[in-house]
Ligand binder design. Sequence first.
Ligand code: ATP
Length: 367
Amino acid sequence: MLTEAGEDAATVIRLENITKRFGAITAVKDISLNLKENEFFALLGPSGCGKTTLLRMIAGFESLNKGRILLDGKDIAPLRPNRRPINLMFQSFALFPHMSVRANVSYGLEMEGVRGEELKARVDRILETTQLTEYASRKPDQLSGGQRQRVALARALVKEPRVLLLDEPLAALDKKLREHMQLELKRLQHEVGITFVVVTHDQEEALVMADRIALMRDGEVKQCASPAELYEHPNSRFVADFIGVMNFLDGEVSVEGVAVQGLGVLTGRSNGDTRTGDRACLAVRPERLTVAPSSAERLTHDNVLDGTLTDIAYHGQDIGLHIAVGDAGQVLIARLSAAAEGAADFKVGDTVQVGWQTQNALILPDD
Ligand code: ATP
């Protein structure tokens, strides 16, 4: 269904060619994105790539040098931040320390003139959703980090915005709590059905939480896709490197694959972005490599290299085998389940064979 403005009905916010400059720095370069109804969207990328600036433009705290932001098909440029049905949750939570949880959550609604039964019902409902009912009369300093985070969320959600923007919402929490809150945030988003846009520099966090991720670099979106798509079909070396762990073998594109010095021609899937003679790399995930002792039967994979184990890293459930291959001693990392047959028998210094199928590697152009 299309609205008057020709929008896809599922689109809540449409960014059209937006650009933001700070003096000589272009923080956001000509970005176009559609944020959809009831979607958990992540803006991911290294420090300084423009994530926060993009978020602040949506919230209305930063002007645009170029482009438009449409909400439900209408340009929101004329709307001041507090008139936008969009809430921004700050990294620091910014709770009022002298006020109870209930008062913190009620505050924004009271400012809007909501009173009496309606106020109580809406606050009760959101306290329940964020599992804070039993802490309603506590002050922020009587809460754990995770509970404080939930109060900040409750305060933002109680106003029932169309979109909730969250800038590094889990950065202040320790690792264990952060992992717990990732799932909690995802559950909450699903329950309230509001579009969440989260800024993070942590790829694992984005993969766990988001329905879609826009991976940014130097003010540009390099790829925007689902976590699985980004992981399985990265469109560039930058994306392949940023998401998860990837092995890269540099070489030159030939008719059959990529010719890598000292290793011969290796094969992988091509996405059509490279031509014969181009500099490119062959990219393969550690879990896609098969490793066997040299003394075992020869592997039958499309690609098989001989190498030496230089390191073994234990990660609990699985182990990382570092394998030097070729004359230049390039190191490939293979990951296998610690429970796999023979996994415990590998020793540093062993000579091994490492193999992969063509379909499990990618040929990517040099960035
Ligand atoms: P981080 O993850 O470190 O917060 P980020 O991806 O959110 O980074 P931004 O904060 O959006 O990046 O900054 C993008 C670029 O714009 C950076 O080079 C930054 O130094 C610059 N920048 C941001 N805000 C301003 C400002 N108010 N004045 C000048 N330059 C700015």
